[in-house]
Design a protein around this ligand. Structure first.
Ligand code: HEM
Length: 366
């Protein structure tokens, strides 16, 4: 069986839960990071017509939704955080300890970045000149990139048990520039694809004061952003595998070929579904495109885990999984999970119904 399905049932359960929630965390986080970077670029683009920024449909939607998306990124981040502690108990905590205060700094940075998103939403932001807007959005984006870097540093240190004693003795982290930069480019590049996919879906399906029927036809240009993101993602992913410590050896197996091959096919289909501005704004492809993106991210997450598992002694961690699996409470976990997923579906339905009711009140002809 391909990885991770070759793992014992308990480890497989934690791993699948980790992988799925990691992908949902990334979907929401990408929206915020690419959204801030987009506002930087668009502030410069509209420098000679500053009012145009505020009414641009893409900027309007991301400004409106980024604070909510960040709260989703955080709540969806808690889930893989729980599972990574079960999956890699020794590695994750050792990385935290070795990073020390450098790890704790994530919290104040996240708080500042969160509040700054509300500044981006404010009328105060609208009154700024183009370069001041670019500066504020750039600061916000910089804070997010720094948080992403902290997670990357943590992940890399956790994958290098041989280097822990010297890092402890010298206080110098065993991080090299190329692995860090290539990993960072992987998620930064695909962020633009996620943001473009979500914004087109929002403009197609959401009518909550933000979007009108005239907006979607105007955002075909997003396909350039998505295509550039997909191209850079392909290159950065190859570089990140190559610069990782186990390198291409970690994926030189049937499982590696399967996940990379599947990821490649989905990536190619995504390129097709972004190849022109007409297809970018065609409602028929929007949901399929989101599904393909989820698939690419899942394949990427599996490959990321294959690299990590081959750089540490994972069999020792599997003994801990069995111990954790025997502690009990699984039925309670399952029941709670089913109730919560049901509640999420209900909340989405209620919200949709309330939006539709608002729409009918605004335009009784519909
Ligand atoms: C907007 C702020 C955030 C950004 C930009 C961000 C970014 C990232 C990135 C880039 C990674 C992958 C690192 C790598 O593989 O190199 C990651 C992993 C992860 N993030 Fe986030 N993250 C954010 C907030 C959070 C929060 C608040 C939590 C928890 C509550 C969280 C939980 C996780 C977990 C558990 C992982 C997997 C760690 C591992 O497997 O080593 N993230 N995040």
């Amino acid at each position: 069986m391909p990885f991770p399905f070759d793992l014992p049932l308990t480890s497989l359960t934690y791993m699948l839960l980790y992988l799925i929630t990691f992908v949902t965390h990334h979907l929401a986080m990408h929206y915020v990071v690419a959204g801030c970077l987009l506002i930087v670029g668009m502030s410069v683009w509209y420098r000679s017509d500053e009012d145009a920024l505020v009414i641009d449909p893409v900027v309007r939607v991301v400004r409106d939704w980024m604070a909510f998306a960040l709260s989703m990124a955080i709540t969806f981040g808690v889930a893989p955080l729980l599972f990574v502690q079960l999956l890699l108990p020794v590695h994750f905590y050792t990385a935290n300890l070795l990073l020390g205060w450098r790890w704790m700094v994530v919290i104040p940075t996240l708080i500042a970045a969160f509040y700054l998103l509300y500044v981006l939403k404010s009328h105060w932001f609208e009154r700024l000149s183009w370069w001041q807007r670019a500066l504020v959005a750039g600061l916000n984006a910089g804070l997010f990139v720094f948080i992403g870097f902290c997670w990357t540093a943590n992940h890399l240190v956790a994958s290098m048990p041989d280097d822990w004693p010297s890092a402890f003795e010298t206080g110098v982290l065993p991080l090299a520039i190329l692995p860090v930069v290539s990993r960072s480019l992987v998620w930064l590049s695909i962020s633009f694809v996620t943001m473009a996919s979500l914004v087109t879906a929002q403009l197609a399906y959401l009518r909550e004061g933000t979007a009108t029927d005239e907006d979607l036809p105007q955002v075909g240009w997003l396909h350039w952003l998505a295509l550039a993101g997909l191209g850079a993602f392909g290159l950065a992913a190859l570089a990140a595998i190559g610069f990782s410590k186990p390198g291409f050896a970690s994926i030189a197996s049937g499982s590696g070929a399967l996940w990379i091959g599947l990821g490649f096919v989905l990536w190619g289909n995504l390129i097709y579904l972004w190849h022109s501005d007409a297809i970018a704004i065609d409602r028929r492809w929007i949901l399929l495109r989101l599904g393909l993106l989820g698939g690419v991210l899942f394949c990427g997450a599996v490959v990321r885990e294959m690299i990590q598992v081959s750089s540490i002694d994972f069999s020792k961690a599997m003994v801990k999984h069995e111990e954790a699996g025997e502690v009990g409470g699984f039925t309670l976990f399952l029941v709670t999970a089913v109730v919560v997923v049901g509640l999420i579906i209900l909340i989405i339905r209620w919200l949709r119904e309330s939006f539709q009711a608002e729409e009918t009140q605004i335009d009784p002809q519909e």
